[in-house]
Ligand binder design. Structure first.
Ligand SMILES: [Zn+2]
Ligand SMILES: [Zn+2]
Length: 334
């Protein structure tokens, strides 16, 4: 089955952490974290609809200016999600520039910024190019606990981790995958059309099996019959992103809940166990702890990143510790 998204590290694992999440059909992308993004082309950045930022340490937010600059003249909004206090930080960044050339004649570009704190979206603000990025507070969307983005095809869950300051971890979750059996429509005498997307949506929403589904040319079929004969329903894709977290019991519990059974988990592997004291002081996970959490979460593939520069000449040692903890019969992408 093809995947909804293709995620990849933006930089090498010693450079700024972050993941570019590219959608299958190529018209949209998301970012987990917003550090250095020079490795991404302007064309790739233009597709970014949402940037989900763990926290405001520079290595996680320094790419904001470049992303803004690329997106400034597009009509589609750019949404940012960050931890408590994030709206004020973005407002300060925006105030660092002169915007006198923007006005009512400018493209209607908007920055929508939401804060995730205490387990839910707590505050939101909008900054419009036409208003020279004046801050306007708005009601945050009510998506319920643990959710920062909810759409038809996927949702993004978040957890607040302790990194001395709050640091957000994220998971993109595709609820269910509905594919059409090859040749099934032909056998049923059906012609693909807009009705097909509606029918798939009905399956994803688990509507009752006797729900009548319009299938074109004035015909309807019960949803259950259509699904049994034409659709293949499988588990959706899950991609989790965990970085900048102290090695605490609370953090571990939250990481395991968020990342459980992910197809791909990007998880920090900053220090060797020999340097555990530094990991504890800077509130990061060691490679061994990152690997162990990935194993306990039962993920299919684990990608370690955010290596400390002190290991630039001995990356293998970090990878070895990570792999030993994750187990050797799972796939590792270093
Ligand atoms: Zn940090
Ligand atoms: Zn960091």
């Amino acid at each position: 089955m093809s995947h909804l998204v293709q995620p990849r590290l933006i930089n090498d694992p010693f450079s700024d952490p972050g993941v570019f999440v590219d959608f299958r059909f190529g018209r949209r992308a998301l970012l987990f974290d917003l550090g250095e993004v020079a490795a991404l082309s302007a064309r790739e950045l233009m597709r970014v609809s949402d940037a989900l930022v763990s926290h405001a340490h520079m290595d996680h937010l320094a790419g904001f200016d470049r992303l803004l600059r690329v997106c400034l003249h597009r009509p589609q909004p750019l949404r940012l999600v960050g931890p408590d206090g994030f709206i004020a930080r973005i407002a300060h960044r925006l105030h660092g520039y002169s915007w006198n050339l923007l006005g009512a004649h400018s493209p209607d570009f908007r920055l929508c910024v939401v804060e995730f704190a205490d387990g839910r979206l707590r505050a939101a603000a909008e900054f419009r190019a036409q208003e020279q990025f004046r801050e306007q507070r708005i009601e945050p969307p009510d998506l319920g606990p643990g959710i920062v983005l909810a759409e038809e095809e996927f949702r993004i869950e978040a957890a607040v981790l302790d990194h001395g300051i709050p640091s957000l971890a994220f998971a993109l979750v595709e609820p269910a995958r509905v594919n059409v059996w090859q040749g099934a429509l032909e056998r049923l005498g059906l012609v693909p059309g807009p009705w097909l997307a509606e029918a798939k949506r009905a399956v994803r929403r688990s509507l009752p099996s006797d729900t009548p589904v319009p299938v074109g040319e004035g015909r309807t079929l019960p949803l259950g019959e259509l699904a049994a004969q034409a659709f293949r329903v499988g588990p959706g894709q899950k991609v989790a992103y965990v970085t900048d977290a102290a090695d605490t019991i609370d953090n571990a519990a939250r990481i395991l809940t968020l990342a459980g059974k992910a197809d791909t988990l990007f998880i920090e592997a900053v220090f060797l166990e020999a340097d555990r004291a530094v990991a504890e002081r800077t509130r990061h996970l060691t490679a061994a702890r990152g690997g162990a959490l990935a194993r306990q979460a039962g993920v299919r593939q684990a990608v370690p990143f955010h290596h400390s520069a002190r290991y630039a000449d001995c990356q293998d040692a970090l990878i070895d510790e990570f792999c030993a903890a994750f187990t050797h019969n799972k796939s590792i992408d270093a």
